[in-house]
Design a protein around this ligand. Structure first.
Ligand SMILES: *[C@@H]1O[C@H](CO)[C@@H](O)[C@H](O)[C@H]1NC(C)=O
Ligand SMILES: *[C@@H]1O[C@H](CO)[C@@H](O)[C@H](O)[C@H]1NC(C)=O
Ligand SMILES: *[C@@H]1O[C@H](CO)[C@@H](O)[C@H](O)[C@H]1NC(C)=O
Ligand SMILES: *[C@@H]1O[C@H](CO)[C@@H](O)[C@H](O)[C@H]1NC(C)=O
Ligand SMILES: CC(=O)N[C@H]1CO[C@H](CO)[C@@H](O)[C@@H]1O
Length: 831
């Protein structure tokens, strides 16, 4: 790449523009942010940005400082988050900036940690978040068209965007004001859907309006648009999302290469196993990005967290949003991913000047092996050698030295001589997290309360009536998962029918004269299904009561917001054995949003409710359960194990932990039976790999943040369950999440470092072997015949009883039988 004078002049002009538009005088603490074709320019210096996504509503304010500090300790300099419109404005102009929606507090924590921040306003965010972050009440506004050029949508979007920007300005959060925010985003992944939208002209106008509206906000830092692909407005920087972004080039000259979403793993759905993206592959993608002139990189997610309450999107996204991120759902360090990336960040940071100022020279060593050298004016240089073959290790000669580069890996040479890091060589321990039993023996003592359904079995109690079957999102404004559709019909003699209900999902319960006739949910895919059940009608008046339940609204796709939920249009039919059909679709239907228990706020356990400790039922649909428990001692994360339950919602001390659905078992997929980090990682088209949990309960454990608990000794804590479909709470209990087995691989000369967490110590060293024959950490299968007795003894002596230990792998560990066997594998147990 040759130095380009025009580009330099342009970037200078841009800098001047940024400063003058800002309108306030930069003081000592103020930071100027602009960009050029190489990087963001912060206070006159090109910088590399190593950023991680932490979504504030997916954790608690009490967790934020620890999560942010762990990100900083992991070698990041920036925290990124979306802004969650429907969480902040649940009803028009009624705002929520409390608790885990206290966005200002979150940004102040980032600032306190001395990190930069990226503010992705959207306000459409996708994010596996309910309705992509857009408030459902927008649908009630006449002539509203989402994400197209129309006054109602643009007005609401501008009102919310301005509100957030002004809050940030008032708190001096933008870099030019001395705050942490260096980049801001408007819209999100519009390029993925734009060409499928119904009105192309309107779409173009809209996306350009977005850019202009954003620029009008005078935030003093650049605006980005991620995944805009085509039709990129000139006044924003286009950025890339994906598993790999090294081949990405932003449209428009003089723009740096920014990766807004490097997917560290993948989200989970109730019917899917757990996704894992190997640490080697994430590191490979990041190293490739920086090798190929990337300079701003964000991990999506660095901490995934939890979809508390009714926030999960989908439909069918689980309550856990762990994402296989470097920090797990509970905020624990996930090893080896966290440590392996930290080591990469350390070496990349040491090369920062070379990466953003160095002259780049690429040498192709073969079609998929490339050496890249960044040389500074002072003659110093930093190098990468990448091997993109997915199964061929190579030996290459570069500048007179020989290097072995494993398949699908990048070697990083900060001095162009010594390999300081290879993405395929994981030197960090693997920590296997275990769920420790902690509840009192004998289990929890439950009492119960039936959901008050009787009024739902009439056709009078309701909010309004209509002669058609209405869509649920519009009708209920997404105030509850539940919508009742009720009607009645008068019959002569007793007669058998089959009841058919066509619905757009997501779950349907059908009652006839107060008896549950059956229930059904859509299987993943299109959410349309037909419910069918035999029913008996009696002489006189018969009541048909249909309860439709949503499990998170769609968050992605062209016109996703118009994807209906509920019994839209039906038909709802009764068909007799003789084929006589009674079509109820145009009957008078009475509507009621929500359940009585929700209205009465049973989850708050207010006095006056008649909880019964007697004859606690099992497999009884529409039942509330309550128990008290002691908070588990210590600081380890707490989870509630809901095995045995069916589907519903769980609350602790009034906090909604999210929807639960342990009766949903993850399907079997080929990806559960193969895991090679080499080769492209994708999560679609049956190309998945490294999945776990096939055939197991989709989500069994639900996070109970410590701040939701009353920790004082003897203080009661209350768990309330709303079991919708009928389950057994007998096995429900509380557990803590702790490091169990830890394992490490080392080559001669490496130090083996093992560490527990939360004050636990190493209780035993179980394996020290040159090559294990199979299994994985926690369950290595021995029998390779290459156990090293000296290694086992030395590591046992150094580690047992310690919170952490380091032992060097020297010649002394070589065993007679397995001389020169190379990699030593060690397994120990924390307890
Ligand atoms: C780039 O590297 C190649 C191979 O090492 C070398 O022949 C060439 O002179 C270098 N080019 C520049 C501009 O440094
Ligand atoms: C690379 O070189 C090493 C050391 O000389 C040798 O053991 C190995 O087999 C070579 N690998 C390949 C793929 O040629
Ligand atoms: C109702 O669902 C059934 C079964 O999927 C389907 O065959 C039928 O066409 C649907 N009826 C309407 C009107 O959509
Ligand atoms: C219900 O009403 C709609 C709209 O008036 C009409 O198109 C439809 O045919 C009616 N269905 C039945 C079963 O009468
Ligand atoms: C750059 C990149 O990998 N983009 C991918 C993002 O994800 C979509 C699917 O959701 C792919 O189609 C893109 O190729």
């Amino acid at each position: 790449m040759r130095a380009n004078n025009t580009a330099r002049a342009l970037s200078l002009a841009l800098l001047v523009l940024v400063v003058s538009v800002l309108g306030f005088v930069p003081g000592a603490s103020c930071t100027e942010v602009s960009y050029d074709e190489r990087a963001l320019v912060i206070d006159g210096q090109r910088r590399i940005i190593l950023s991680g996504s932490i979504h504030y509503p997916r954790s608690t304010p009490e967790m934020w400082p620890d999560l942010i500090q762990k990100a900083k300790d992991g070698g990041l300099n920036t925290i990124e988050t979306y802004v969650f419109w429907n969480g902040h404005e649940p009803r028009p102009r009624q705002y929520n900036f409390e608790g885990n929606y206290d966005i200002m507090r979150f940004f102040k924590e980032v600032q306190k940690a001395g990190m930069y921040a990226i503010l992705r306003i959207g306000p459409y965010i996708c994010g596996e978040w309910n309705y992509g972050g857009l408030p459902a009440w927008l649908r009630d506004i006449p002539d509203m068209q989402f994400r197209l050029h129309n006054e109602p949508f643009e007005r609401e979007m501008e009102t919310f965007t301005t509100l957030i920007v002004n809050k940030m300005k008032d708190a001096n959060m933008f870099a030019g004001q001395g705050g942490p925010i260096i980049l801001t985003q408007i819209e999100n992944e519009y390029g993925n859907v734009q060409s499928n939208l119904p009105d192309q002209e309107s779409a173009t106008k809209y996306i350009h309006w977005c850019a202009d509206m954003a620029n009008k906000q005078n935030v003093g830092v650049p605006w980005i648009m991620c995944q805009q692909s085509n039709d990129v407005p000139p006044n924003v920087i286009e950025t890339c999302n994906g598993f790999y972004c090294h081949d990405f080039k932003p449209k428009g000259s003089n723009m740096p290469k920014i990766w807004t979403e490097n997917w560290t793993g993948w989200f989970k759905a109730w019917d899917k196993p757990d996704y894992h993206r190997p640490a080697e592959d994430v590191a490979y993608a990041v190293a490739m990005f920086f090798q190929n002139r990337g300079s701003v990189q964000n991990y999506y997610m660095y901490h995934g967290g939890t979809n508390f309450g009714r926030t999960s999107g989908g439909p069918y996204i689980t309550t856990t949003y762990d994402y296989d991120a470097p920090l797990d759902e509970y905020g624990n360090i996930r090893q080896p991913k966290y440590g392996h990336l930290k080591a990469l960040h350390t070496v990349l940071t040491s090369m920062e000047k070379h990466l953003v100022y160095g002259q780049q020279n690429e040498t192709n060593l073969d079609d998929k092996v490339k050496a890249t050298k960044y040389t500074l004016d002072d003659g110093s240089s930093a190098c990468f050698i990448s091997n993109s073959h997915d199964n061929k290790d190579v030996n290459v000669t570069f500048e007179g030295s020989a290097y072995q580069v494993p398949a699908w890996s990048v070697s990083v040479l900060p001095d162009c001589k010594t390999v300081a890091y290879n993405t395929a060589k994981v030197k960090t321990q693997t920590s296997v997290m275990v769920k420790k039993e902690s509840a009192a023996k004998g289990g929890l003592k439950w009492s119960w309360l039936p959901e008050f359904l009787r009024p739902s079995f009439t056709d009078s109690y309701g909010s309004f009536k209509s002669n058609e079957l209405l869509e649920q999102i519009v009708t209920g404004a997404d105030e509850s998962d539940y919508l009742w559709y009720k009607t009645s019909l008068t019959r002569g003699p007793k007669e058998q029918f089959t009841l058919y209900v066509n619905t757009t999902g997501h779950e349907l319960y059908a009652f006839v004269n107060g008896e549950l006739a059956g229930y059904k949910h859509a299987v993943n895919g299109p959410y349309l299904f037909q419910f069918e059940a035999p029913v008996t009608l009696k002489p006189g008046k018969n009541y048909i009561s249909l309860l439709s339940a949503t499990v998170g609204l769609k968050n992605y796709g062209a016109s996703f917001e118009l994807m209906p939920a509920g019994i839209v249009g039906g038909p709802v039919k009764l068909v007799s054995a003789h084929g006589n059909t009674i079509d109820l679709s145009n009957n008078t239907w009475t509507y009621k949003t929500g359940l009585f228990g929700e209205q009465k706020q049973i989850h708050l356990d207010k006095p006056g409710l008649r909880w019964s400790p007697f004859a606690v039922p099992t497999n009884r649909p529409f039942t509330w359960y309550k128990a008290t428990f002691q908070a588990p001692a210590g600081t380890e994360a707490v989870v509630v194990d809901l095995v045995g339950l069916n589907k519903g919602v769980v609350y602790v001390n009034g906090h909604n932990l999210g929807r639960y659905w342990p009766s949903y078992v993850a399907g079997d997929m080929d990806g559960c039976h193969r895991c090679d980090y080499r080769g492209e990682y994708v999560t679609w088209n049956n190309q998945e790999k490294c999945l776990t949990g096939c055939g197991e309960v989709g989500q069994r454990f639900y996070h109970v943040p410590r701040s939701f608990l009353n920790a004082a000794h003897g203080a009661p804590n209350t768990v309330v369950l709303f079991e919708e479909a009928g389950g057994d709470p007998a096995k429900v209990n509380f557990r803590t999440v702790a490091v169990g087995p830890v394992c490490a691989d080392a080559e001669k000369g490496d130090a083996v470092t093992l560490a527990c967490a939360h004050g636990r110590t190493i209780s035993s060293v179980d394996t020290a072997s040159f090559g294990v024959s199979g299994g994985q950490c926690g369950a290595y299968e021995g029998g390779s015949g290459c156990e090293s007795k000296p290694a086992l003894e030395a590591i046992t002596a150094a580690c047992v009883g310690k919170k952490w230990c380091t032992v060097s792998y020297t010649d002394a560990f070589d065993s007679a039988d397995c001389k020169g066997s190379g990699v030593l594998t060690v397994q120990a147990t924390c307890s």
